[in-house]
Write a protein that binds this ligand. Structure first.
Ligand code: ATP
Length: 364
């Protein structure tokens, strides 16, 4: 029997998940023959485990290797070395017929939905059931259940062209779930959607994960997606996993430069334009140092800046700030400016509180 591991769900409830890993990549590398014969290494030395019932997000920039990784998991590509195990089967070693069967336990959703335009919503959802040889009555009843699950019972007769992006993705999700897969692969499933629709699709995926216990492996280039749905994250860059762990830890204490740059992108967007356009790496005498402070843990709600002013007589300008929730736990980010001459004492003071502080740059 498998041991069980615990995690806190987004509502903060303790949940148990079996330690069984539904997807496992062991020392996986993938090299493509490049255009002029020069090989292109898309992935190198990937070790990744997705425990049953979890939501694991893989984040990376364009060209990092995300699509290749997901294509290896559903058997569309074979690794150049290493093993890809899905639900106990070594995917690359399966003969074609067995691979087709194994794919029934892997559902997939796509950025551009990949629906057949000549089929209604119901008939798109029915497709994998037809391929799997279900009889008409069973298909009709299963499609009805799936339409209800994704909130589209009233749209069963609509063609994709008559549906919004969010509705199309709901059809895509229902189709992916038709054969009761054990794992759902999501390839940038919300990248073509507006923020509000993204939110509703992520909520639906979170509900499916919680209610059906479906394991989700998603790839994205958007931190907000990881933040709102994943419990575990792997950061991929240049074909390698450069950081992985629980989302809260990775995003509140990033260890790798790439993870920091994903965070900095967000912070950068939050900075007022007059600061963002003037920030530079070198200190300027008489100018200000710009600091990013991460609030988490026991000091998340301490009035630190008031104490900085009272105890050290250092006045900080607040430039940007937000309080967010990562995996159901509050976490705040504050960007402040302090006089260059006060930078040293400010850093020492913030360190005493155990706050993560990063110098973003300097302005004159
Ligand atoms: N079939 C292929 N033949 C040659 N090179 C490939 C092939 N597929 C991917 N690559 C290369 O492998 C690397 C990783 O590509 P991949 O598509 O996995 O990245 P990605 O992170 O999904 O990027 P994006 O977000 O832009 O889709 C890139 O350098 C890409 O050019």
């Amino acid at each position: 029997m498998n041991a069980a591991t615990g995690y806190l769900d987004p509502q903060g409830h303790q949940r148990l998940v079996p330690a069984e890993q539904i997807v496992r990549l062991e020392g996986v590398s993938k090299t493509f023959a490049g255009r002029h014969g020069a090989p292109v290494t898309a992935l190198e030395g990937i070790d990744l485990a997705v425990p049953q019932g979890s939501v694991l997000g893989v984040i990376g920039r364009s060209g990092a290797g995300k699509s290749t990784l997901i294509r290896l998991v559903n058997g569309l590509e074979k690794p150049s070395s290493g093993r890809v195990i899905v639900d106990g089967a070594d995917i690359a070693a399966l003969p074609e017929a067995a691979l087709r069967h194994a794919r029934r336990s892997i559902g997939m959703i796509f950025q551009h939905f990949n629906l057949l335009s000549s089929r209604t919503a119901a008939d798109n959802i029915a497709l994998p059931l037809e391929v799997a040889g279900f009889d008409k009555a069973a298909i009709k009843s299963r499609v009805g259940e799936l339409l209800a699950l994704v909130g589209l019972s009233d749209k069963h007769n609509r063609y994709p062209a008559e549906l919004s992006g969010g509705q199309k993705q709901r059809v895509g999700i229902a189709r992916a779930l038709a054969t009761n897969p054990k794992v759902l692969l999501s390839d940038e499933a919300t990248s073509a959607l507006d923020p509000e629709t993204t939110r509703s699709i992520l909520d639906l995926l979170a509900r499916i994960n919680a209610e059906l216990g479906l394991t989700i492996l998603l790839i994205t280039h958007e931190m907000a997606v990881i933040r709102s749905i994943a419990r575990e994250v792997a950061v991929i860059e240049g074909g390698r996993i450069v950081e992985k762990g629980n989302v809260f830890d990775v995003f509140t204490r990033p260890q790798h430069e790439v993870t920091r740059s994903f965070l900095a992108d967000e912070t950068g967007r939050a900075l007022p334009a007059y600061v963002a356009s003037r920030i530079q790496p070198e200190a300027v005498a008489g100018g200000q140092a710009i600091l990013r402070i991460g609030f988490r843990g026991p000091h998340a709600t301490d009035p630190v800046l008031a104490r900085l002013a009272r105890d050290l007589d250092i006045e900080a300008n607040i430039l940007a700030g937000s309080v967010d929730e990562i995996a159901g736990r509050p976490c705040g980010i504050l960007v402040i400016g302090v006089p260059e001459a006060s930078l040293g004492p400010t850093l020492t003071f913030l360190k005493q509180y155990g706050l993560d502080t990063e110098v973003l740059g300097h302005v004159a």
